[in-house]
Design a protein around this ligand. Structure first.
Ligand SMILES: O=C(O)CCC(=O)C(=O)O
Ligand SMILES: [Fe+2]
Length: 229
């Protein structure tokens, strides 16, 4: 983590708050949109949408190069970078692409008031996970507004959602494949925790197969709340 990120983390705290683990899997409904991107609504969780093919292979590769060119992860001990306010140009492009993609689809993947706010996002976190690394169950800090986007690159992983008001049987797993985008709003953002456990055996299993863990990079885009909570 660089100085700025460390400073901001000190100011904004850590978004993790322990973990809650169970086992379940949802059926997802694939919704063709008439164009090349298909959105899936995660039925058990209001406000959680997945777009598996959000980025083409070429776009993934360009985005990865732009991130690595930032030099944030040259030192092995750095695995997270945060930016607030003016985001790097590639992050702005990503934000515009999210806007365009959401706007072009005839589904309410993001409430209109969130989609049309300006800017759509002004905070960026890039996380780099080596094999075995993940993030414990948390709800993102309330100092960020509703409407959070996560783009995944490199190794796929299973993200587990569990209700804040715990009910062991309600965990929902979602596969985040490279190039995918998830959008969380409403209940998905406030009433469900999300986690990635790449350490404990059995978590990174999808359709009966253990995921071959390699490095994973994620880009989380959020908007700071004007009312600082
Ligand atoms: O890496 C991810 O996919 C999730 C990151 C996340 O949840 C966070 O930074 O709050
Ligand atoms: Fe999060």
């Amino acid at each position: 983590m660089d100085d700025e990120a460390a400073h901001l983390k000190a100011a904004f705290g850590d978004s993790s708050d322990g973990e809650d683990i169970g086992a379940d899997r949802q059926e997802k409904e694939s919704l063709g949109t008439g164009d090349s991107t298909a959105w899936e609504q995660v039925k058990e969780i209001n406000g959680l949408w997945l777009c598996r093919n959000f980025l083409s292979i070429a776009q993934q590769s360009d985005l990865l190069s732009a991130i690595l060119d930032e030099g944030w992860f040259v030192e092995e001990c750095n695995n997270q970078a945060m930016r607030f306010g003016d985001l790097p140009s590639w992050a702005m492009e990503l934000s515009h692409l999210i806007h365009e993609t959401v706007e072009s689809v005839d589904l309410s993947v993001l409430p209109a008031d969130l989609l049309w706010r300006d800017p759509l996002f002004d905070q960026l976190i890039v996380n780099l996970y080596q094999p075995g690394e993940g993030i414990s169950a948390h709800v993102d800090l309330l100092r960020f507004e509703d409407g959070i986007a996560i783009v995944s690159l490199e190794s796929p992983c299973v993200m587990r959602f569990s209700p804040v008001e715990a009910d062991e049987d309600q965990d929902v797993d979602v596969l985040l494949s490279p190039g995918s985008l998830i959008l969380m709003s409403g209940e998905a953002r406030y009433r469900w925790k999300h986690e990635i456990n790449r350490k404990q055996k059995g978590f990174q299993v999808w359709e009966g197969e253990e995921i071959d863990q390699k490095r994973r990079i994620s880009i989380t885009l959020r908007k700071l709340s004007i009312l600082r909570v």
